[in-house]
Design a protein around this ligand. Sequence first.
Ligand code: PEP
Ligand code: MN
Length: 341
Amino acid sequence: MIIVLKRDHKEEERQQLVQTLRALGFAVHESKGVQRTILGAIGDEEALRDLPLESMPGVERVIPILKPYKLVSREFHPEDSRVEVGGVSFGPGPVQIIAGPCSIEDRQLLLETAHAIKEAGATCLRGGAYKPRTSPYAFQGLGEKGLELLAEAREATGLPVVTELMDPRDTVLVARYADVVQIGARNMQNFRLLKEVGNLEKPILIKRGLAATITEWLMSAEYVAAQGNRRILLCERGIRTYETATRNTLDISAVPVLKSQTHLPVLVDPSHAAGTWELVEPLSRAAVAAGADGLMIEVHARPEAALCDGNQSLKPERFARLVEQVAAVARAVGRDVGGGR
Ligand code: PEP
Ligand code: MN
């Protein structure tokens, strides 16, 4: 339930409303905008059935929430939210590009890649230390050693780092190194994990599940927000369809749909959608044209030697070209790219 207060409501009226709602067992979240104050009442809306909320002093409008998510909804927070990551701002403004290898494998390769992507205009470095692999025999990531290397690359380049957390038992460790904690597609509905990161004071990047609807995805974001962490980034990375020409099908329409449903920044990962490096540039252009606030792209100094996702990883020179292309599209839709391109 969303309660819009009158522009000229009195402070006592607001307090009385909050008290009444709390007495009925609701959690009340306030959003004070420039023009309006909005109260979000979270609880069983049935309990409000007999209460003439709309006629209470100070109330302008009551909007029952049909959608199952509230905190992440546009109704609750009409303005686009901004998520700050070590000096990089995701949301309205420049399109930010996160780039780096699928997995952290080797110190030299990671440092070389990190410097190259920075030079090309990326503003965050990605790299997995814990990898969700389909096969138990495939490279599973370097674990803590990988996190140390990632921190070294951050130190060397100044780029904030994004890395995946797969297991609640590693939360403290991963959060010690990460600037943004990534929840991967396969864990989008790992509710214990979502609650865990909801208690962190770090931004959380939630990738869309392989077969998740947009509503299910937003419910996952709601899990994080409900614990108190509102610094959430959503990342479309392709969904499973009948099509086999690409690894996944990039759902471009998810971008404008999310923009209408939520205030959270929306990112696109064209690499995992495409599965092959040749498609990464055109999909990146499409994502930015559709309104994405950022991109996440796999780049590897030597894709042919990569232990994970080499065929969808761009070489640094190709990535640099992609940034130029994306910058042109960003300008066409009234934006820039971060990193000064
Ligand atoms: C990744 O970004 O490294 C990854 C594994 O992606 P996804 O969870 O989208 O498959
Ligand atoms: Mn990958």
